[in-house]
Design a protein. Structure first.
Lengths: 449, 357
């Protein structure tokens, strides 16, 4: 029997959420427990695992569309089963399906006959497009159409936020507001375009106030922050950046650490207003620190988690082994080095880590060799901290097996050092609440008056 | 004919001047009456003003009417003007229409609106048609009152809301006052109207109290009333559903949803303008009525909006909340579940605003 994939309630107050991305495609084989999509609520982004094994179908592909908790957003057919139902999003549809769900073998036979003669399912890849003739007719409310006509907005350029991808008045108004903003800020648009050198980045959280830019560590990507952000309860918007050679920036090369910093700076110029907070982990921490002295970046605060670049040594065995690993089995010996208590690393962490590695192949190994030749760190950020005009915090674990924690000694007194004696290289994974609190305090103390 | 009217008018003036003196000294509070009392007062005023006005109906005399609406009027006006009729709606309705054709002004109480089915021929084929078939030579100034609706445990044959049947017939006027104020004002307007007017009174409203002005006044037939302004959704309701919609609007307001509530008051003539203007402001429409949903008044309202220039202002599907597709059940819980209740309206509006429909 087909299993429903429903939009789960991931926090207490949640009544609706949106799918921010699918990790699987229509018709893919999934295994129970495998992360299949990412859900975004007002507060956080979370990965959700497959409730059963089988072939997944009827994905609700309208991303960024708010759905009530409990909506059916996909179906997983057990092996040998094939479904025929179209995309489902409302509870009414669910009820109807339940009523039709066969309970005896006889009914099953009847059911499949009905299924064959049923009309073709709605085209799930164009949810706002009405089923049938394949023309460009979009599902939209009369008011949305009226506004679009009045303001010369092309409906086909819009994503509908309503049920079944229906375009509503707010969608037209949002698009107009965007267009107006673009007109009002030709300066910024002009700055962003010609560079062409921007890295892949993504707003991980919407919010009010000065944005926080987060830069991941070696071998990870911007999605590595999502679990931490789910716990962090930040009020500000958060921008995640994929470093060159990582995630969505996998095709980009960085011949040196300085080149990497310059690419991130160019990306920030294009994406962010001038004021921002910077945070980074490990290699990303070093990039963030270097950015705080970059002439074109003006951060208000600097938050570094187990940053690289403070001393000479690094765990070379980890860097090369981690960069080469292509399977969960190959990764297994190295991941426990990241934390003091390996039990915090669930199967979804391992899978997510592998997924972040997908398609990087030799690129990551080469980058590892460039940045960390012969188990050393080829760059230093120590000079950043002397006379640093903004508040800075370094958070680290006393049991860090990747970068020796002793390197933080000898830094100038204006830098706050928070050392968690029992934690390893990823304090934000092992103690997200405590680390998030430090981050919030730092951002509040550095907020513009 | 004119003499008694003038006499009554003088009497009226004299009496109201007495009342004015009294109220200016001792009674600054607005006066409250129940819905049933307001109707009784309207009938008394009409009979005092105009000797052509008289009442007909089953058990409306000494018994005072099945819902005690006529009360003791038989003692004030006598059995000739407060007439008990036999249990034969078809025959009595024929008598009433005949009386109206001669120039009298009968007010005919049906004991339950369900029994209108017995008088269908007289109402639909005679009362509604005669003015047209006789080229305007006659009119039928008949008022019919119908205790209607569910909620009293009176089961399938005594609980229906059949007003939409009659609103389908040109030549009839069909109104559903929702407040004591409108119950009196609509009845007085109906008596003054030269054509047949059917007033559907919800049985659960009879005991409801509300402010009712003294003396004679009318509420225009065919004019809706905006009860509560709002910006997010228009709830158009009839009869008791007006009160449930207002209660829902209060609750929704706490969630930041501001519903505009319109009391339709009249099904024929239908005030499409008030509704159209409202939908143009709120962009969403929910129709709430007790009659069976399918082919009910909600269908007409919904289609009116779809045909009007408010169509281009809709930002969500139009929603109808009507009675269930079944006879009204006897079981009290099922009876409640068969018609829209306040929580039904709240949930529907939440779904509509939340983009789940």
């Amino acid at each position: 029997m087909a299993t429903e994939v429903i939009l789960p309630r991931v926090d207490m107050d949640m009544t609706e959420g949106r799918i921010s991305r699918w990790y699987v495609e229509e018709g893919a084989s999934v295994t129970k427990g495998q992360p299949i999509f990412e859900i975004e609520t007002e507060k956080a982004a979370m990965e959700v695992e497959a409730p059963a094994s089988g072939v997944i179908r009827d994905l609700a592909t309208a991303l960024e569309m708010k759905l009530p908790v409990g909506s059916v957003i996909a179906w997983i057919d057990a092996a040998g089963e094939s479904g025929g139902k179209g995309m489902r999003s409302s509870t009414e549809d669910r009820a109807e399906t339940k009523a039709k769900t066969p309970t005896t073998p006889d009914e099953t036979a009847q059911y499949s006959i009905e299924e064959q003669s049923a009309p073709p399912p709605m085209q799930a890849d164009h949810p706002a497009q009405l089923e049938g003739d394949g023309s460009a007719f979009r599902r939209a409310t009369p008011l949305a159409r009226h506004l679009a006509r009045e303001h010369d907005v092309d409906l086909s350029s819009l994503e509908g936020s309503g049920p079944k991808g229906r375009i509503q008045a707010t969608d037209v108004e949002r698009s107009r507001a965007k267009a107006d903003a673009a007109k009002a800020m030709p300066d910024r648009a002009a700055r962003a375009k010609p560079s062409g050198a921007v890295l892949h980045c993504r707003w991980l959280r919407q919010g009010e106030g000065v944005p926080l830019v987060m830069i991941h560590g070696f071998g990870a990507d911007l999605n590595a922050w999502r679990l931490f952000l789910a716990a962090a309860r930040l009020g500000s918007p958060v921008l995640g950046i994929d470093l060159p050679g990582h995630g969505g920036s996998a095709a980009r090369k960085a011949p040196s650490f300085d080149a990497m910093v310059a690419q991130v700076a160019a990306t920030l110029r294009a994406e962010c207003s001038d004021a921002l907070h910077l945070a980074g982990h490990s290699l990303g921490g070093a990039v963030a620190a270097a950015l705080s002295r970059h002439e074109e970046t003006k951060p208000l605060s600097l938050f570094l988690i187990a940053p690289a670049g403070l001393g000479r040594e690094i765990n070379g065995e980890f860097i090369s082994g981690f960069a080469r690993a292509q399977s969960a089995a190959e990764l297994a010996p190295f991941l426990p080095m990241l934390v003091s208590d390996p039990s915090v690393l669930g199967s979804s962490f391992i899978k997510a880590t592998l997924r972040q590695r997908n398609g990087l192949d030799a690129g990551l190994e080469n980058l590892g060799a460039t940045l960390f030749p012969g188990a050393t760190q080829a760059f230093s950020i120590r000079s950043v901290f002397e006379g640093l005009p903004i508040p800075a915090k370094i958070v680290l674990g006393g049991q860090d097996q990747i970068i020796p924690p002793r390197y933080t000694s000898g830094l100038p007194g204006n830098v706050a050092i928070h050392a968690f004696p029992a934690l390893g290289h990823m304090p934000h994974v092992e103690a997200p609440d405590a680390v998030a609190r430090l981050l919030r305090e730092l951002m509040q103390s550095a907020a513009p008056k | 004919m004119s003499t008694p009217i003038e006499a009554t008018a003088i009497l009226q003036r004299r009496r109201s001047s007495v009342e004015d003196t009294r109220s200016s000294g001792l009674s600054p509070e607005p006066r409250e009456l129940s819905y049933a009392q307001a109707i009784q007062e309207a009938m008394a005023i009409a009979m005092e003003r105009d000797e052509r006005v008289f009442l007909m109906g089953e058990d409306i005399g000494v018994y005072g009417g099945a819902f005690q609406v006529t009360g003791d009027l038989v003692h004030r006006f006598g059995a000739d003007r407060v007439m008990d009729t036999p249990i034969s709606e078809l025959g009595s309705a024929g008598v009433a229409i005949g009386a109206a054709l001669t120039g009298l002004r009968p007010i005919f109480e049906f004991q339950f609106s369900d029994f209108s089915a017995l008088a269908m021929e007289q109402i639909v084929n005679q009362a509604a048609k005669l003015r047209f078939m006789l080229g305007g030579a006659v009119s039928v100034p008949l008022v019919m009152r119908f205790p209607s609706g569910s909620g009293t445990g009176a089961a399938a044959q005594h609980s229906q809301s059949l007003e939409a049947w009659f609103a389908h017939v040109p030549g009839l006027k069909v109104v559903q006052p929702a407040t004591p104020h409108d119950a009196k004002g609509c009845l007085l307007a109906a008596i003054a109207d030269p054509d047949p007017v059917m007033i559907f009174e919800h049985k659960l409203l009879y005991k409801m109290k509300g402010e009712v002005p003294e003396g004679h006044y009318t509420v225009p037939l065919g004019k809706a009333r905006l009860c509560r302004p709002g910006r997010d959704v228009t709830i158009v309701a009839t009869s008791i559903m007006v009160h449930r919609s207002l209660a829902a609007a209060e609750e929704l307001s706490r969630e930041g949803i501001e519903a505009e509530v319109i009391d339709l008051r009249s099904l024929r003539p239908l005030d499409r303008d008030t509704l159209t203007q409202s939908v143009k402001r709120t962009h969403r429409l929910v129709c709430v009525y007790e009659g069976v949903k399918t082919l009910g008044i909600g269908a007409e309202l919904s289609a009116s909006i779809a045909e009007s220039d408010a169509f281009d202002y809709l930002d969500a599907p139009i929603l109808r909340l009507g009675g269930a597709e079944c006879p009204i059940p006897y079981n009290p819980e099922l009876e409640k579940a068969a018609v829209p209740q306040t929580p039904t309206i709240i949930a529907a509006v939440r779904d509509l605003i939340g983009g789940r429909l």
